[in-house]
Design a binder for this molecule. Sequence first.
Ligand code: ISE
Length: 363
Amino acid sequence: MTELRVAVLGVGMMGADHVARITERIKGARVSVVNDYFPEKAEQLAATIPGCRVINDPLDAIADPEVDAVILATPGPTHEKQLLACIEHNKPVMCEKPLTTDVATSLEVVKREAESGRKLIQVGFMRRFDDEYEQLKTLIDNGTFGQLLVAHCVHRNPAVPPSFDSAMIVKDSLVHEVDVTRFLFDEEIASVQIITPGANPNAPEGLKDPQIAIFTTSSGRHIDVECFVTTGVAYEVRTEVVGEFGSAFIGLDQGGVVRKQRNPVQSDAGAGSGASGPNGSSDGRKIAGIWGGDITPSFVERFGRAYDTEIQRWVNAVHAGTNVDGPGAWDGYAAAAVCAAGVKSLETGEPQKVEMVDRASLS
Ligand code: ISE
């Protein structure tokens, strides 16, 4: 197979991590172009990768005839233009979230991709590629828990950059639970409420942290999330789903835990086996906090394997001509719509309806 020539735009924390993974671990692709708002940063990185060039204008990098596919790890406000350029030049693109920074431009991107007649855009919701989330999804789809009723989620960061404001907790952090909910429950979120209990005294002044989010899906199911980004401890992402025959809990840094009835009366899909994810540290991930075991310090370590799987499957899909194997532009748009409602609720404390166009109207 000829190697896919990938341009990585934006080589900050996430972009540089993707450059390293493609160069060291991903089969069938190489990084042929890098770009960054700070050209010296791109130059420094390119110098370490054989055959890699720097192109200073991201739109030129997308148009370059020797670029087959693009990874966008640039700041959100630049995504709309860059995504539209990828559509114009027919280049498959893996876009780190957000798709764009508002609902109207996200919808525009969805529409333009639909008009092009080709699926080109994948959105970087990496949790869908995490071993434990994948196992949980399989158990749910196999009918292990019967009908899913409720989910409880915890999303904790030890710290966030000083630029992080209360709305970013919704748009940058909670957005992952938005995607996880849509993935696991397989339906849209119809309303969001954000409650702000007393703030952590150690959070920067004015930051509403922690936040409690309540999602209601279109069929009326309930998901609650504690999103707390200044814990000072480590990176903790946990999800517990509860259904009519049992429950399962993932993200314990020790493998998933399934509790179910011994002999449930259920559909012919049958019960799945217990979920046992990778052990917290046996795969060489970096460790920060402790619980009697170890806790990973950030999303780069916690979801390192998920990012590898995500990028390898994306590269395979581009080779196969399908271009997308995972969440697409619609999922990015849906996440933007839920987060916009969440930001409104952050101001009022009241539940807010999620406004979305009918998906069928786009095809
Ligand atoms: C960050 O941008 C991410 O995407 C992480 O997955 C999330 O856990 C963190 O809260 C965000 O700031």
